[in-house]
Design a protein around this ligand. Structure first.
Ligand code: ADP
Length: 880
C-alpha cells in the first residue's frame, strides 16, 4: 500500500497508537474538521515533558509532538452527537516525522513510513543488523519468538484467572493464531496495564523486528512478574483471613456452648431471678444467684459475658464470676466491664481498667484456707504450744502470753482482742514466733515490712487517676495470700515514718488494726470496701518508744529481751547448729562443735542480743567444712571418698579421713572465722582511781555493756564540760547531778561550811568512754553523781561496782529499761556489785537468770543518799 508522505496531524494526549490497533478517538468538530477530509492521518503522541527527541522549532502543543507517530487509516467518522466527531481509525505503520508544514488552515507532518514484518519480505531488521554490525542469527530470533509466545500464553492464563473480559482474551487468542508477531505485540502492549507510556513510545519507534521483540519480552515478563507477586500476596491475605474467620467462628461456637451450659446449671429459682433480671433490661446480664458459702451477704452476683469477641475479656469475666464478689463489688465491676467493652483494647485506659479488674478477680473475697468456715474454729492451744516449743528455746513468758492470747480468741470466738505486738531487739525470734503461730493455726503466713514507709499511699494505695497507680501493701498482700484469713506480720511497725509530707502512714494503719473499721477497709486503688476482719495481725518492733501512741493503744505488747550467753549456747546447740548442718548437707558427716568453741564464738565474734550473727557464724563453719570436702574430692582421694560414701550409707555417723577433724575446736575458729572481732570489757586490771565509775549501758541493738564515766577537775570558774557524743537527755542528767551535788555539798562533806560555794574556782569535765558511739538516755544520772563525789572527795569506787538509774533534782532514783541485758553484761565483765533503782527489783527477779543473780550483790536504791551511803565511807561525810 502506498501512503502519502504528507499527512494531517492528530495529536494524542497520554496515548500512543500502534500499528494494527483499531480504536476510536473523540474530537470536537473543529479539531476533526481538517482531518476528516483525508483518508489517512498521522497520530503523534504529545510528550508530557518535551525531551530532545521532539520536533524542534514549534511552539505549544506542536513543540511537544514526538518525533515518531503512527500512520492510521480513518475507517469511519461518526458525527451523530452534536459538536463531537468520533474517528474510527486503524494504525497502519510507524512513521518518522521529518518536518511540520503549515497548510493554510492546519499543520501537516512530513513523514517516512516504516513497516515491521516478521517474515523475510521487506525485513527492516536486516538493515538494522547490518547497521549495528551484528549478524543476528535466525536461531537467536526464533528463540526470542518462542519465548515471547510462551509468555503470551502465560499472560492469557493469568488474565483468565483474574477474570479479564472474555472478549479481550478471545481477541488475543485469535491474534496469536492468525496475526503476525508485530501485530500481536501491538495488541499486547495495548492491553497490558503495566506497559507505561514510555514503553509504548519505545515500541512506536522500534522499527526493527528484533528490537521490538526484545522490548515486548521485557514488558510482558515484567507484567507477569507483577501478576505473580500480587497473586501470592492475595493468597497470603486470604489464608490469614481464613484463619481469622475460622477463629471467629470457633469462638462464637464456644461462647454459645458455654452460655448454654451456664443456663443449664442455673437452679429453678435462679431462673426466675434470671428472667426478672432480663425483664429489667439489665445491660450487663447480671444474674443474682444465691450462694450458700457467702456468709456475709448470702448473695453473689454472676456477670455473664454475651458474645465476647475478645478472648481475654471473656476470660476476665469468667474469673470475676468465680471470685465470689459481694453484691456491692459486683455493681462496680459490672459498670467497669461495660466501660471496658467500649474501649479500644490498645488504649492505655483499657490496659489500666483491665489490670484493675484482674486485681478485683484475684482478691480472696470469700476464700478460706483449709476446711474450716470461720477463723476461730481451728485454734488448738495444744497444737500451738507444740509448734512454739518445737521452734523456740526458752521464751517461757512470751510463749505463755501468746497462748493466752490465742485462748481468748478460742473462747470468745472472734478476733476482736487487741493486735499482738512483739517488741524486742533484732534476732530474738519475733518473726519466727509469728510464723509458728501461723503454722499452729494452719493459716497462711505473710510478712509485710513497714520499715521506712513514709507514704500513706503505701498502705492505702494510690487513686486510680494517678499515673502508675498501685494498690497498697495490704491489698497486695491479700492478693498474694489468696485467702481472706491469713496471719499477716506487720514487721518493724516502729520504723514507719510519721507525719511525713506524704501523709501519715500510721493513721492509715490505725484503720487496718481497728476491728470495728477493718471489716470494710478502703484501699484507694481498689475503691471497693474489703473485709480484713478475718486476718490475724501480728506486729513486731524493736522499741516501744517509736510506735505511734494511737497504734500502741490498739496493740497488746509482748516484750522479748536479749538472750544470755547460756541461752545462746542452748539455742545454738539445739536449733541453729543442727539447722545449718542440715542446710549444708553435712547431716551424716558427724561434725561437732565443742562447747568451748561455741562459747568463744558467742563472746568474741558476736555482740548482739539475738542470735542472728551467731547463726551466720554457724553457717560459715559449715561452709568451710563443705569446702574441705570439695577440695578432698578434687584431689582425687577416691578411695577415701568411696569409704566415705560407703560408711554414709551404712551408718549415721562417719569416720573422717585423718585430714578432717570431726570436732571444731577454738583453734579452728581462728582459722575459719579470722581474728576475734570483739574483746570483752573486763573491769579487772587497772587500779581504781577517784573520779572513775562504771555505769551500765543499753544500746539500740538491744545489747548491754559497762560504760566507764570519767570526771576531772581543773582551775576555772565552775564551768561543766561534757564530751563523748552525748545526747540532750544525757547532758541534762549531768547538769542535774552537778546541781544536786552543789546543793548538798556540805552534807556530802565536800565543803567546810553550808555557805561555801562548791567549784567556785574550778571547772569540771565529764567524759563518757567510746566517744565515737552516740549515747543518750537518763540512766547514767546515778553514775555521774557518784563519779563527781568520788573525784571531789578523793575516794575511789571499787572497780567491781557498777550502777544505773535515772535521778531527779531532789535526789530520787527512777527505774530504767534493759535491766536484764545490763546485768548480764555486767556479770560478764566481772562486776560483783550493782546499784539499781528499787523499782527495778521485780525485773531482776523475773528476768535475770538464777546463776547470775547468785553471783552479783544487788543494792536497790530509792534515793541518791542510799547510793552514797552504800558506796562511800559515811563517816567521811558531814551529817545533815
Ligand atoms: P527477729 O524477727 O526478732 O529479728 P528472727 O525471728 O528473724 O528474729 O530470728 C532470727 C533467727 O534466730 C531465726 O533463725 C530463729 O530461728 C532464731 N531464733 C531466735 N530465737 C530463737 C529461739 N528462742 N530458739 C530457737 N531459735 C531462735
Amino acid at each position: 500500500m502506498s501512503l502519502p508522505d504528507q499527512l494531517p496531524i492528530l495529536p494524542l494526549y497520554d496515548k500512543v497508537l500502534l500499528p494494527s490497533i483499531v480504536t476510536n478517538y473523540t474530537l470536537s468538530d473543529a479539531e476533526a474538521k481538517h482531518l476528516i477530509k483525508n483518508d489517512f492521518i498521522v497520530c503523534i503522541p504529545l510528550m508530557k515533558n518535551p525531551r530532545g527527541n521532539t520536533i524542534a522549532g514549534l511552539n505549544d502543543d506542536l513543540g511537544r509532538l514526538y518525533h515518531f507517530g503512527c500512520t492510521a487509516e480513518i475507517l469511519n467518522v461518526d458525527q451523530s452527537l452534536p459538536g463531537t466527531t468520533v474517528l474510527h481509525v486503524q494504525g497502519l505503520c510507524r512513521s518518522r516525522v521529518t518536518d511540520i508544514v503549515y497548510e493554510g488552515t492546519s499543520f501537516e507532518a512530513l513523514v517516512t513510513h516504516h513497516f515491521v514484518m516478521d517474515d523475510d519480505n521487506g525485513r527492516e531488521e536486516d538493515k538494522y543488523n547490518k547497521n549495528n554490525g551484528c549478524n543476528s542469527t535466525k536461531i537467536n530470533q526464533e528463540a526470542n519468538e518462542a519465548q515471547f509466545r510462551v509468555l503470551c500464553k502465560e499472560y492469557i492464563t493469568r488474565m483468565q484467572e483474574l477474570g479479564i473480559a472474555d472478549a479481550i482474551l478471545l481477541q488475543l487468542t485469535r491474534s496469536m493464531a492468525n496475526e503476525p508477531l508485530p501485530s500481536i505485540i501491538s495488541l499486547l502492549l495495548y492491553l497490558t496495564e503495566s506497559a507505561t507510556f514510555d514503553d509504548k513510545l519505545s515500541a512506536l519507534e522500534a522499527v526493527h523486528y528484533q528490537q521490538l521483540l526484545e522490548l515486548a519480552i521485557k514488558v510482558v515478563s515484567c507484567h507477569l512478574q507483577t501478576l505473580r507477586t500480587s497473586t501470592e500476596m492475595q493468597q497470603t491475605v486470604e489464608q490469614a483471613l481464613d484463619h481469622h474467620r475460622r477463629e471467629f467462628y470457633l469462638r462464637h461456637q464456644f461462647h454459645r456452648i458455654e452460655r448454654k451450659h451456664n443456663n443449664h446449671f442455673v437452679l429453678p429459682q435462679q431462673q426466675q431471678q434470671l428472667r426478672s433480671t432480663r425483664k429489667n433490661n439489665n445491660p450487663y446480664n447480671i444474674i443474682f444467684k444465691t450462694n450458700n458459702n457467702n456468709r456475709n451477704t448470702n448473695v453473689t452476683n454472676i456477670i455473664t459475658s454475651s458474645n465476647e469477641d475478645d478472648e481475654e475479656l471473656a476470660d476476665l469475666v469468667r474469673q470475676l464470676n468465680q471470685a465470689n464478689l459481694p453484691t456491692y463489688a459486683t455493681s462496680v465491676v459490672s459498670r467497669d466491664i461495660k466501660r471496658l467493652r467500649k474501649l479500644t483494647p490498645s488504649t492505655p485506659e483499657s490496659g489500666i481498667l483491665r489490670s484493675y479488674l484482674e486485681l478485683v478477680a484475684s482478691l480472696p473475697w470469700q476464700q478460706q484456707l483449709a476446711t474450716t468456715t470461720t477463723y476461730t474454729d481451728d485454734v488448738s492451744i495444744t497444737v500451738a504450744q507444740k509448734h512454739l516449743d518445737t521452734d523456740h528455746y526458752g521464751l517461757g513468758q512470751v510463749k505463755r502470753r501468746i497462748l493466752e492470747y490465742l485462748s481468748v480468741i478460742k473462747v470468745k470466738k472472734d478476733l476482736s482482742p487487741p493486735i499482738l505486738c512483739l517488741v524486742g531487739p533484732p534476732g530474738v525470734g519475733k518473726t519466727t514466733l509469728a510464723r509458728s503461730i501461723a503454722t499452729a493455726l494452719n493459716r497462711k503466713f505473710y510478712r509485710m515490712s513497714l520499715g521506712s514507709i513514709r507514704d500513706e499511699a503505701d498502705i492505702r494505695g494510690h487513686r486510680r487517676t494517678y499515673v502508675a497507680a498501685m494498690p497498697g501493701l495490704l491489698i497486695n498482700g491479700m492478693r498474694k495470700c489468696g485467702v481472706k484469713n491469713p496471719v499477716i506480720l506487720l514487721d518493724e511497725i516502729d520504723k514507719m515514718v510519721q507525719n511525713s509530707n506524704q501523709g501519715d502512714p500510721a493513721a492509715a494503719m490505725l484503720e487496718v488494726l481497728d476491728p470495728s473499721q477493718n471489716i470494710s477497709f478502703m484501699d484507694h486503688f481498689l475503691n471497693i470496701p474489703f473485709d480484713l476482719s478475718q486476718v490475724l495481725f501480728i506486729a513486731t518492733a524493736n522499741s516501744m518508744e517509736s510506735i505511734p501512741g494511737p497504734l500502741l493503744d490498739r496493740m497488746e505488747v509482748v516484750h522479748l529481751s536479749g538472750y544470755t550467753t547460756d541461752e545462746k549456747m542452748h539455742i545454738a546447740r539445739s536449733y541453729l547448729w543442727p539447722k545449718q548442718i542440715e542446710a549444708h548437707g553435712l547431716g551424716k558427716m558427724g561434725i561437732t562443735l565443742s562447747d568451748s568453741a561455741l562459747l568463744y564464738i558467742i563472746e568474741h565474734y558476736t555482740q548482739e542480743s539475738g542470735v542472728r550473727n551467731l547463726d551466720r557464724n554457724m553457717a560459715s563453719l559449715c561452709r568451710y567444712r563443705c569446702k574441705e570436702y570439695a577440695d578432698m574430692a578434687e584431689k582425687s582421694e577416691t578411695k577415701k571418698l568411696q569409704q566415705l560414701h560407703l560408711s554414709q550409707s551404712s551408718s549415721s555417723s562417719l569416720l573422717l579421713s585423718s585430714d578432717l577433724k570431726p570436732k571444731i575446736e577454738i583453734d579452728d575458729i581462728h582459722v575459719i572465722l579470722g581474728a576475734p572481732l570483739y574483746d570483752f570489757d573486763m573491769v579487772d586490771g587497772e587500779e581504781a582511781v577517784p573520779g572513775v565509775v562504771f555505769g551500765l549501758a543499753y544500746t539500740q541493738g538491744g545489747m548491754g555493756g559497762i560504760l566507764p564515766i570519767e570526771v576531772n577537775q581543773m582551775p576555772g570558774r565552775g564551768r561543766l564540760t561534757l564530751t563523748g557524743s552525748l545526747g540532750d537527755v544525757l547532758k541534762e542528767s549531768a547538769y542535774i547531778a552537778l546541781s544536786w551535788i552543789k546543793s548538798n555539798a556540805y552534807a556530802l562533806g565536800l565543803t567546810a561550811s553550808r555557805k561555801d560555794e562548791l567549784l567556785s574556782d574550778m571547772d569540771l569535765h565529764i567524759h563518757l568512754a567510746a566517744g565515737a558511739v552516740r549515747k543518750d538516755g537518763p540512766s547514767a544520772g546515778i553514775t555521774m553523781v557518784t563519779a563527781i563525789i568520788s573525784l571531789l572527795s578523793g575516794k575511789s569506787v571499787p572497780k567491781t561496782t557498777a550502777m544505773t538509774g535515772e535521778i531527779t533534782l531532789r535526789g530520787q532514783i527512777r527505774s530504767i529499761g534493759g535491766v536484764k541485758e545490763k546485768v548480764i553484761s555486767a556479770h560478764r565483765a566481772g562486776i560483783e556489785r550493782i546499784l539499781l533503782p528499787a523499782t527495778n527489783q521485780r525485773e531482776v527477779l523475773q528476768d535475770v537468770p538464777e546463776n547470775i543473780r547468785q553471783s552479783i550483790r544487788f543494792i536497790y536504791c530509792k534515793s541518791l543518799w542510799d547510793a552514797v551511803e552504800a558506796i562511800f565511807d559515811y563517816d567521811g561525810l558531814h551529817t545533815m
